[in-house]
Design a protein around this ligand. Structure first.
Ligand code: BG6
Length: 526
């Protein structure tokens, strides 16, 4: 009977449940509920947008799903002159406003017992001493056992000073029995050189295995479904290659503008903001070979091979496009142009739309272009991966009877309406002629499963607390992604021109359409 321990037994013993053994189940079973062992999370940048809208709600949702240890601790570090009580109310308000699962008083009361606030600035060593005292108290009062994760939801320029303060106050130091981890939000630098410098600073303080770089796209259920779609089925892999695929389009379109993020966005632009990370990660997952397992090292090995094999076109003028949104209508909403947004330099040359053609130099993808595009203030919010197939080699129909026939396509919709659509030709019913027209077959998460998908941040925060790194990009992946983007950025800045304007609510600049037209292709209308 001794093996039949309960989940609570294992938590009391300080184990994370991913290591808890149930004799009836294989511990490698990826369906097991994963519950974090004793630990706490410290958030720097707690008053920022990300912490308010995503991080605090994610912590609550995890607690509500029973995936956090009963004595979990949450500490906010900020400059404001707040008491613990004021901070607790602030956290509650944000959670109530943004949580995904229902707000339950009992979950909240337990979580609130572990909430602490430390007032201070990043350059103030005494504030970090107070932080150190606070986490020690959590160890004593909440049983967090020295296991603490530090979330840097702050500008990269502040990383070095925070990392040094954590080191100086002994907070970054893991021991045999207690772990310390750091979570870094993008952007991971501005270019290859600054990313490497950032990495140097962080690795002086934290062991590489304790550093978790967040690319929240990897935490999205549908992105993980891409792996299930490709590798849990027999029917797609045989056609997932240059013999059958004509090209791939990866689109991340947003209908919002830059909102209150002028300070972050201006000078960064669409390509650095999302192509360097989210879109290249989606491309790597779409193009990679089957990993040996879903362990971090195996997944990374395959993604890294793709990123290393990506080739930039010689002619960047013909194969990239930039745009900047001008005023326009989005439905009934009148949107101002980028240059009129608050906090934006009226001469700004920052792009809010970027498109690029990339090739992958492998046998599987030789001659198959991957087109990546992203933009703000586009027609609608949608992220999708569209694999467009070559036309059938021979069509035994009158050409007039296949007029509306496009190419077959498999479209993986990352958001919204998460799911997969297949487009193929079907006979139009009735009539005498054999008329063929495009139809689609749809799988939708919402219709097939009753449970709503967890937010990406729920999954990723839990993974950090469990110490499971498969969904976090490595330094090498970040490095390779900058190597792809840097020449494009250099080319654009060498032009010294303004990105081409496009009206808000449309699908981007004419330059982007011309880019595909040169290859005899066109962008999908998602
Ligand atoms: C962030 C970008 O990484 O992703 C933002 O910095 C963008 O500019 C956001 O709006 C989009 O995320 P999501 O999950 O809403 O697609």
């Amino acid at each position: 009977m001794t093996e039949l321990r309960t989940l609570r037994d294992s938590q009391d013993a300080g184990e994370s449940v991913s290591t808890w053994t149930n004799p009836l189940r294989d511990p490698r079973d990826l369906r097991l509920a994963r519950i974090a062992g004793p630990c706490s999370l410290v958030i720097f940048g707690i008053t920022g947008d990300l912490a308010r809208k995503k991080l605090m709600p994610a912590v609550y949702d995890l607690a509500n799903r029973g995936l956090l240890p009963p004595g979990f601790g949450l500490t906010g570090f900020a400059r404001r002159d707040w008491t613990d009580e004021h901070f607790v109310n602030f956290v509650r308000e944000n959670i109530e406003q943004h949580c995904r699962t229902p707000f339950r008083e009992s979950t909240w009361i337990n979580l609130a017992k572990g909430i602490r606030f430390v007032r201070g600035t990043f350059d103030d060593a005494s504030a970090f001493e107070r932080l150190s005292k606070t986490v020690n108290e959590l160890d004593r009062d909440r049983g967090t056992r020295g296991n603490h994760a530090f979330y840097m939801s702050i500008p990269p320029s502040s990383f070095p000073v925070v990392a040094q303060q954590l080191a100086a106050s002994g907070l970054s130091h893991s021991s045999e029995h207690a772990w310390r981890r750091v979570i870094i939000e993008k952007p991971f630098g501005h270019d290859l050189a600054s990313a490497r410098e950032l990495d140097r600073v962080v690795s002086e303080v934290f062991d590489p295995n304790s550093v978790f770089r967040i690319d929240h796209y990897l935490g999205k259920e549908t992105v993980q479904n891409l792996l299930a779609f490709r590798f849990a089925n027999a029917m797609y892999e045989p056609i997932w290659n240059a013999n059958y695929v004509d090209h791939v389009q990866i689109t991340m379109a947003e209908d919002i503008g830059i909102g209150g993020r002028a300070g972050y966005y201006d000078g960064i632009g669409a390509a650095r903001d999302v192509i360097q990370n989210h879109l290249l990660q989606l491309m790597a997952l779409t193009a990679m070979e089957e990993p040996v397992s879903f362990r971090a090292s195996d997944l990374t090995a395959e993604k890294t091979k793709v990123l290393s094999a990506i080739r930039l076109p010689q002619d960047l003028a013909a194969n990239t496009a930039r745009g900047q949104y001008a005023a326009g209508w989005q439905g009934s909403y009148k949107a101002v142009g980028y240059l009129e947004e608050q906090g934006i330099d009226p001469q700004s040359t920052t792009e809010t739309y970027a498109a690029v053609r990339l090739d992958v130099d492998t046998r599987r993808w030789a001659g198959v272009p991957f087109y990546l595009r992203t933009g703000k203030r586009l027609g609608k919010r949608v992220t999708e991966i569209a694999v467009i197939f070559k036309r059938a080699p021979h069509l035994p129909f009158e050409s007039t009877a296949v007029r509306e026939l496009g190419s077959n396509a498999i479209v993986i919709r990352v958001q919204p309406d998460e799911g997969v659509t297949m487009r193929f030709g079907a006979k139009v019913p009735g009539g005498t002629a054999m008329e063929v027209r495009d139809v689609s077959m749809d799988f939708s998460y919402g219709r097939s499963f009753t449970e709503s998908s967890p937010e990406a941040y729920e999954r990723l925060i839990l993974d950090v607390l469990l110490g499971e790194p498969p969904l976090f990009p490595t330094t090498q992946e970040v490095d390779l992604s900058w190597k792809i983007l840097d020449p494009i950025e250099e080319f654009w800045s060498s032009l010294g021109t303004q990105p081409q304007p496009y009206r808000a609510g449309t699908w981007g600049p004419a330059e982007a359409d011309a880019m595909l037209a040169r290859d005899n292709r066109h962008w999908r209308l998602p």
